[in-house]
Design a protein around this ligand. Structure first.
Ligand code: G3I
Length: 350
């Protein structure tokens, strides 16, 4: 059988592309070699409407986190009525691309449903509402969402218990009740307490440690702590919030409780324009956080809060339209931060 020259050239080109595709490392391939999950927070609308978003996500990550669509104020906008369409779409995408799903978050004071805010409920009624919400949501994805942020940001910035609506309605034990309900709904799910500015060994981090140690000591079902890792450039690399050694010490003491640590919402923001100098310093923050996680056995996952500067909460929240906090730029091109993560995942030896 004769093959034209063009066909032979085509075959050689295809083989080259195939080999090249296999050779070029991704965050996903490099993290897998280290037994680490690497993920990003996602939104179902972006998965459905931006093909480059979906393609980059499945190529570079093996975990997705629900950025907002599994929060109570979003998924139960009317008492007793839950809309699972967005979550079903995210879980279906993850399963189609062999990715894990982190559910974020069952209880959070900043996403407390208005119907619950406006109502008048007894403690017993509030507990029933919490139980029904958790049983229904966690139960629906039993065995499909492997980890949940059960309670988010229940510790105040000074280390005390935050005054939240659930605490007002139920009392201090709302947190442990939530963990108990989540465990009853899916005994196989990993249950996390999640918070920000508790990455090192400051007063707030110590309060988080005390909270989860008490749960472990009393046998409350908890499996890990989520360190959000929302940073400003230099927070780690210039020790403005917590140096790499401090983060390692915090991760280690949580690991000694038998808990896992997930870095759950990493981004590294800056003021003004993302100059080359700022992007280089940002890369250093990403590198040191990845190295900290690689140093501590208990650290099992690194999740960025989004992955492309095209879609991030930072500009609106911090008022910087030029903010570029993530590893990919607005055109899905890898930034120095991405290269720093790949390099650390490939070469760092603790
Ligand atoms: O997608 C809809 C859009 O269709 C609609 O037109 C628009 C106006 O209603 O809303 C859009 O959804 C918004 C969504 O962000 C996507 O932009 C929601 O209203 C908005 O509430 C949601 O904000 C999220 C916020 O938590 C509150 O849930 C942010 O995406 C999310 O990044 C942020 O994440 C928090 C973590 O949960 C906890 N740690 C801090 C972190 C940053 O604040």
């Amino acid at each position: 059988m004769r093959f034209g020259l063009r066909f032979v050239i085509w075959v050689v080109m295809m083989m080259g592309i195939q080999m090249n595709a296999q050779e070029s490392p991704t965050l996903r391939t490099q993290a897998e070699t280290r037994g680490l999950m690497i993920g990003a927070a996602v939104q179902s609308g972006l998965l459905a409407n931006d093909s480059q978003y979906a393609e980059t996500l499945s190529r570079e990550f093996d975990l997705v986190a629900t950025e907002y669509e599994t929060k109570m104020c979003e998924i139960q906008r009317q008492q007793g009525v839950m809309d699972f369409r967005a979550t079903d779409a995210i879980v279906a995408f993850a399963e189609a691309h062999d990715m894990q799903v982190r559910g974020h978050t069952l209880l959070w004071h900043q996403c407390f449903p208005p119907w619950l805010e406006r109502g008048t409920f007894t403690r017993a009624e509030a507990i029933n509402i919490m139980r029904d919400h958790i049983y229904t949501l966690v139960g629906r994805y039993k065995g499909r969402i492997f980890a949940w942020d059960v309670v988010n940001e229940a510790i105040g910035d000074q280390g005390g218990k935050r005054r939240t609506q659930w605490r007002e309605l139920v009392g201090d034990d709302y947190i442990e009740q939530a963990f108990q309900f989540a465990h009853e709904a899916d005994p196989g799910a990993l249950l996390f307490y999640n918070d920000y500015s508790a990455e090192g060994t400051n007063r707030k981090a110590n309060a988080v440690y005390d909270l989860v140690k008490d749960f472990v000591d009393r046998g409350i079902p908890i499996h890990g702590v989520g360190l959000q890792m929302h940073l400003r450039i230099g927070d780690v690399s210039l020790r403005r919030l917590a140096g790499k050694d401090e983060i390692i010490a915090n991760m280690r003491r949580l690991g000694e409780l038998g808990l896992q640590v997930h870095i759950t919402e990493m981004d590294v923001r800056h003021d003004g324009l993302p100059t080359p100098e700022l992007l280089a310093q940002q890369a250093e923050d990403y590198r040191q956080v990845v190295e900290a996680c690689l140093t501590v056995e208990a650290c099992k996952a690194i999740v960025t809060w989004g992955f492309t500067d095209r879609y991030t909460w930072i500009p609106q929240f911090f008022g910087n339209p030029d903010a570029a906090p993530l590893p990919f730029d607005k055109d899905y091109q890898p930034k120095p931060a991405y290269e720093a993560m790949i390099n650390a995942l490939t070469n760092f030896q603790p």
